[in-house]
Design a protein around this ligand. Structure first.
Ligand code: FAD
Length: 434
């Protein structure tokens, strides 16, 4: 029997790759520090109000079987079976686990799930933090998003650095004022969670631009017909064409039109233009592309209208311990000064810290020339299949990256519809090797 594939990380990407490999009769060992195989941060939330941000019809875990999730819902969770709706993320987690279990039952012995912390990547496998070695003929890094980087000091224990940590919000009282760093999807999740727990306080959310994720429409949007100038030429020409189209019609239809071709456009874009996109467009792209369910958008609008959620744009300065919690100095966007923000708690919702250059797993690979950063520092440099590139630019046939850490090569590799395509590519590469 050939040696297994070692998969580091057992979230959606790692677990679903293991399932696909088993279907192709290839054994794998999936190693995850949490042991919650198939869930990761996204689908391990126990809170039913945390909804998918993609309609169920697009959330099949299996490339080539578009109805897989909706069919599963119809059998197991009929109350959520509307394909155009946004199911709870915990229900999606149940679906992913069911698929994993079904494949394990159909192909016994091909998926070995191990709980552990992978500490080192070798040429023929990995070493766990307890010193155990797991050998394989290739390694796939499916490690997901790293934990948030610390952005504020502890202010006498009033800063909640990782809101995803178990019990992170438990100390927040029902009337406590909270200051939230970040105005993206993590902020949205945390506000919802607080409200569901009976919190009646006020929140101020601060980010550089004060941009919040836009909401989906109530019904699915069609794809606009993009004119040639929205697809070719300089970044500013394309952007101007897309804006013109959005201004005359439905901006969501414009975003939908870019959706299936974004990865190809990214691949065809040179480093200079990628740098411009990342620098100028990314914050705007993110809030229009990664949308929230319409009913969550309405709930947030209601909180803002009641004055319970205020969003401000600016830069965080010094954070100190105040009389009633934290005192955060900040500079409003555009300059000037403002009163410090006072709150009982500061929740850091700035999201993951992308740092392949300093990550304990990947930094040693870079140090020995087995990997290199992409020119923009977005992540490891990969080829079009996901092989890690050596310093000289040639692909390592036995080392792959899958999921969010592969963003430098694919850009769109964060959501399920993109990851399931990449699973197919990586599985094909791993099973057609001599
Ligand atoms: C809150 C949230 C909501 C989201 N909602 C949606 C959605 O509605 N629809 C959608 O399409 N996408 C959504 N996403 C995007 C999400 O990135 C993907 O859907 C998918 O969950 C990514 O899975 P992953 O396995 O690549 O990463 P993760 O889910 O992050 O899993 C990585 C796993 O690797 C483990 N790990 C990391 N390093 C090591 C190590 N050294 N040793 C051992 N184990 C390790 C981690 O513990 C983790 O379990 C969401 C993301 C988040 C964070």
């Amino acid at each position: 029997m050939t040696q297994p594939i070692v998969i580091v990380g057992g979230g959606f990407s790692g677990a679903m790759l293991a399932a696909r490999l088993a279907e192709l009769r290839q054994a794998s060992v999936v190693i995850d520090r949490t042991g919650d195989f198939g869930l990761g941060v996204a689908y391990s939330t126990p809170f039913g109000g945390h909804l998918l941000n993609v309609r169920s019809a697009r959330m099949s875990a299996v490339e080539g079987r578009p109805g897989d999730f909706v069919d599963w819902l119809a059998v197991h969770r009929r109350e959520f079976a509307d394909p155009d709706d946004f199911a709870p993320r915990k229900v999606y987690g149940q679906y992913v686990r069911d698929r994993l279990a079904a494949v394990e039952a159909a192909h016994p012995g091909l998926i070995d799930k191990r709980i552990g912390e992978v500490a080192f990547i070798e040429t023929d496998g990995v070493i766990l933090s307890d010193g155990a070695r797991v050998q394989g003929r290739a390694v796939v890094l499916a490690t997901g998003n790293p934990a948030p980087a610390a952005t504020a000091n502890d202010a006498g224990g009033r800063v909640i650095p990782n809101p995803w940590a178990s019990g992170a919000l438990d100390r927040i009282g029902p009337e406590d004022a909270v200051l939230i760093l970040g105005t993206g999807l993590t902020m949205v999740d945390m506000i919802q969670l607080l409200v569901a727990r009976g919190w009646r306080g006020r929140a101020t959310a601060l980010s550089r631009r004060g941009l919040m994720p836009r909401a989906h429409g109530d019904r699915p949007d069609a794809r606009a017909a993009l004119p040639p100038e929205a697809l070719e030429g300089s970044v500013s020409t394309r952007l101007a064409a897309a804006r013109r189209l959005a201004g005359t019609g439905n901006w969501r239809e414009v975003m939908e039109a870019y959706r299936p071709i974004t990865a190809d456009l990214w691949a065809a874009t040179d480093t200079h233009r990628r740098a411009r996109l990342v620098r100028h467009l990314r914050p705007w792209w993110d809030v229009h592309r990664h949308r929230i369910a319409a009913r969550i958008g309405r709930a947030l609008d209601a909180l803002r209208a009641e004055g319970r959620l205020t969003v401000v744009a600016g830069r965080l300065g010094r954070v100190a311990q105040g009389e009633t919690g934290v005192l955060a100095h900040w500079t409003p966007r555009g300059g000037g000064s403002a009163e410090p923000l006072c709150a009982a708690w500061l929740i850091d919702c700035t999201g993951p810290a992308h740092s392949a250059a300093t990550d304990p797993l990947t930094a040693p690979l870079i140090a020995v020339g087995r990997a290199r950063m992409d020119p923009l520092g977005l992540g490891l440099d990969l080829d079009a299949t996901g092989h890690v590139l050596y310093t000289d630019g040639s692909p390592d046939p036995a080392l792959f990256v899958l999921g969010p850490p592969a963003r430098a090569a694919f850009w769109e590799t964060i959501a399920v519809p993109d990851i399931r395509k990449r699973i197919e590519d990586v599985a094909a590469a791993l099973t057609t090797r001599p």
